[in-house]
Design a protein around this ligand. Sequence first.
Ligand code: GCW
Length: 655
Amino acid sequence: LRYDPIQNTALGSAYRAQLGQLSIGPDVDTTQATLAASLLELRNGLRGLLGVELTPARISVGTSGAAGGLRWKRVGEDEVAREGYRLRQRDGQLELAASSNVGFLYGTFHLLRLLQTEADLKGLDLLETPAKELRILNHWDNLDGTVERGYAGFSIFNWHTLPDVLDPRYTDYARACASVGINGSVVTNVNANSLIFREDYLEKAAALADVFRPYGVRLYLTARFSAPVELGGLETADPLDPAVIAWWAEKTREIYEHIPDFGGFVVKANSEGQPGPREYGRSHAEGANVLADALAPYGGIVMWRAFVYNSDPEADRAAQAYEEFVPLDGKFRDNVMVQVKNGPIDFQPREPFSPLFGATPETPLLLELQITKEYLGQGTHLVGLAPLFSEVLQADTRQNGPGTTVASTVSGLAGVSNVGTARNWTGHPFGQADWYAFGRLAWDPALGPERIYDEWAAMTYRPESKVRSTITEMLITSREICVNYMTPLGLHHLMATGHHYGPGPWVSDLSRPEWNPAYYHRADSAGIGFDRTVTGSNAVAQYAPEVRAKFADPETCPPEYLLWFHHLPWDFQMDNGNTLWEELCYRYQAGVDGTEWLAIKWAALEGEIDPERHAEVSQYLTIQQREAEWWKNACLAYFQTFAQRPFPDGVTPPP
Ligand code: GCW
C-alpha cells in the first residue's frame, strides 16, 4: 500500500491514458461506505502511482463514460459471485464488474496491484472468486495490550482508549486485510478473558467493528467457557445447565445489539489450562452447541479449536486431537466449525498435515496456520511461510480418493496474526510477506508461493526484476533453510522450553512430559526419532490407507517426515547413500550455509533498494546466521553423545 510513483515512464503513460477517467454505473452508490472506501483507495492509489487526480470532473456517474477510462459496473451474482469481481478490457474501457460492494473493493485493490507490479493491462480479462468463504486473522492479543507469541511489539488494539480514540492504524489494518481478501478478524486471544463481554468492552469492540466494516472485515471474539461464572456470577458453566444456556443466549443478544454483523466466537476449551465442558463431564460438542444455539438466530458461527492434548506419558500428543474429535463427527450444530492446526503437534517448522483433515465428513473444518513465527525464529529470522502454507494446503489426504487436498477439505482459513505496534507492523520487515501470503492463499489456495512473493516484493520494495526475483528466491528458499538448521528430517519440538526460541533438545525433566523436547526426538544409542508406526504409538494409522502406507514404511516415507514417524538406527541407509547420522549432519550444515547464502543474496541488492530498509534486513540476517550456527552446534553436539560417530567431511564440527 505504499503507492510510490511508477518509475517506468512508458508504462506510467500507458496507465495514465487508461485510468484518467472513471465512470460509475447507475446502481453503484458511492455514498455507501464500502464503495466510498473503494473510491478513496483508487484515488489515493492513482495519485501516488501515477500522479493522476480523480477530481469530480473526471468521474461520471450513471453514463457509460468515455472510451479509454475505467468503468465500475454492477452485475448479478450469476455473472460474478459475491465477493468476487471481473476485470477486463471491453469496448475500449477497463471494466470492473462486481455483484457486491466488497467485490468492487477487492477489484480495486487488484487493479492497484496490477499497476504496482507493472502488469500489462492490454487484453486483460480475469474473473476472481474467493475459493474459501472464511478468511480470518486470529489475534492472540490480550486486553492489557500484550500479545501472546507476538514479536512485533504490543497489540494494535488499544482497549484503554477505545471506543473514543480511533487510531488511524485501525483503518490501515483493515485496508491491509482487504487488500489481500481477509474478511474476518478475531481481535482477542484464544487464551481468553471474560471481560471482553462486559458492556463497556462490547462498546469498544463495536467501535473497532465500525472501522472494519467498510473494508469487509467482520469482527469476531474469543469466548472463555467459564464466562457465565466469572462475569455472570453463576455457580457453574455446565453447558447443559438452563441458567448457563440462558446466560449465553442473553449475552449473545447483547453482543448483536452492539455489533449487528458480529461473526461469532472462537473457543479454546480444555486445552493448556483453559476451562471447558469436560470439567462438567460434557463433550466438546455439548460445549460448542450451547454457544452455537445462542448465535444461530443471528447467523453467527462457533469456531471450536481442536488443539487439545493431555498430560500422559504413555499417550502420543500427535494422536490426541483426532482421537477426541473424530468420534464427535455429526454431533455438532450446523453453525459449528472445528478449527484444526495444520499439523498434529504445534506449528513446527515442518509437520505432516493433521490427520483430522478430511476425516470428519459431517463437520466443517477450518485450517489454522500460524503467521507469527513462534517456532521459526520469531521476530528475527527471515523465513517465508508461503511454502509451508502451500505445502499443507496441497497435501493430498486421500480421504475421498486421490486429490482430496487439505485445501479441498476446509471451509476457510484462520491465520494467527503477526501484527503489532512495530512501525513496520510485523517487526522483521519480511514478516509482512507472511501476512500478505496468508491472505492471498486463503483467497486462492492454488496460487504458487513464487507468484505471491513476486507480487509482494515488487509492491513492497521495487518492481525491477533483479529486486523482485532476488527477494522471491530468498523467501521461497528460506523455509527449507530454517527446517535444516532447526529440525531436519522430521525432527520436531526441539526448541527451548517456554519461549520456544533457540535449541533445547536436551530438556527432559519438565513436569508435563509432552513439553519435553526429548519426548519428541527420543535419541538413544540405537538411533533417533519418534516411532509412530504399529511398533510405536501407531498414530500413522489415523491417515487414509494410501498415505498411511507411504508414511509407515521408512523406505517410502519422504525424508522430510522420516523421524516424525520412525525411530531409526544411526546407520540407517538413506536413498542418497548417506547414513542417517551423516544426513542429519549435512542437513544442519546446509541450514547454516543457507543463511550465508541469504546474506550474500541480500548484500547484492545494496544500492537497489533504500538504504534504511536494506541495512535493517542485513542486521537481522546477521542474527540469523549466528543463530543457525547455534542451532547446528547445539543439536549436533548433543545428538553425537548418542550417535558416537564422527562428523562427516564437509561438516564443520561444533566448537
Ligand atoms: O503453541 C501453543 C503456544 C501457546 C498458544 C497455544 C494455542 C495461545 O505456545 O502460546 O496459546 O499454542 O494455540 O492455543
